[in-house]
Ligand binder design. Sequence first.
Ligand code: FAD
Length: 439
Amino acid sequence: MVQSVHVAVIGAGAAGLCAARELMREGHTVVVFEKSDQIGGTWKYDPLTESDPIGMDPTREVVHSSLYLSLRTNLPRQLMGFLDYPFPENRENGDPRTFPGHEEVLWFLNKFADDFGIRELIRFNREVLRIERVDGRNDKWVIQSKSRGGGGGDSLFQDFFQAVVVCSGHFTEPRIAQIPGIEKWPGFQIHSHSYRVPEPFRNQSVVVIGFGPSAFDISRDVARVAKEVHIATRNPNVKSAKLANHDNIWQHPMVKCASEDGLVVFEDGSSVSADVIFYCTGYKYNYPFLETNGIVTIDGNRVGPLYKHVFPPALAPWLSSSLQAIIFQKLELQSKWVARVLSGKVLIPTEKEMMNYVEEYYQRLENIGIPKHRTHYLYFEEVGYSQWLAKESGLPPVDKWRESMYAECMKKIGNMEDSYREQWDNAYWETIIKGESSH
Ligand code: FAD
């Protein structure tokens, strides 16, 4: 029997909007809680930054978004939309580039929310403070929230739901590298979360740690004004050398230590005298509002146990999260799965079977030497995950070209290949799509 459930969605970023749409489509009633006054989450650029640039001070006022002003997507338009609601090929009177700027993604999410009537479901300026089961029942949850009072004090609320989907984002709480000697190193430290524009780094000597998309972009952005930029990565193939086509960017192996005289030393023994260290080292999962009596924990940045990165077995399907997915199409597939499981159209395994799956998954990660904090990176599941979600939700298979495109982009970024955005125009991608679809 198909059932309709009263569901709370936490957050009105891409994940929350998409979850709300899929839940509505399945006939559930939905309320979205959003602590800010706008849609878009990460994609709402905020020129403000936190008082502590590495985000360690627990008393700081948290800024949600980590966008920098120059940010363009690291995935092409073809991957930035939802499966049934694509990103426009070229925005009308706007940006003809394959990799759009962040403003266009925000515009797209607002349009998505309006086209599907999601805005009406959102309670803006409502920060969720606590989510907890009522009387130990899995299908009854209380949500305590606070509305930021305009002019007056805050108002507190309590609402009850049968199910909760947590979409509060996971790119806000900085994770930084531990560097021996850093306490005495005299320079300025900053996490990519607090980077906005390059100007403050004019004529500075900068070390950037990391080799994900933010390290790639920020190193190029800062190099426009900095004296020199040194990128330190864990990539085992990297040797200290100047990057081709750059006068002032070097790559190095990981940082070994830092010292009182301002030196930053790399693992191959080379060193630079640096003014700034940039941590492009990722983020920590953080759910301060979630009270599950220890059923869901965060251990070494592993959130678990979670079946397929979505359902905690002991609380499924009443609590779920969009935790792993980054790209919109995966968020969409996860949301469809959650919505259909809640309505009873799609079944999930028993709690014991899900727990067995999670334990085997952890074991497989350990066997290939993946640290806990990378649990939700989908190593060997990457290609199959979307297809699995689609199949499980009774949907047709996802086009293969989507996975090829994603893999290509990540490879280019990992290899620090410059200008990949400029080189890969729409025509290039068209050939990939046509080539694959003709098979
Ligand atoms: P968010 O967008 O972070 O939204 C979470 C929402 O929850 C926010 O609106 C927040 O205010 C709200 N919230 C949080 N806590 C509470 C609370 N207690 N109560 C109420 N509301 C709450 N992805 C791509 O596909 N392509 C890219 O090019 C790309 N580039 C990126 C660049 C950067 C620098 C970063 C940080 C991420 C990038 N991503 C990219 C990933 C991006 O995070 C996802 O695209 C997507 O925005 C994630 O959406 P989300 O809804 O999970 O989280």
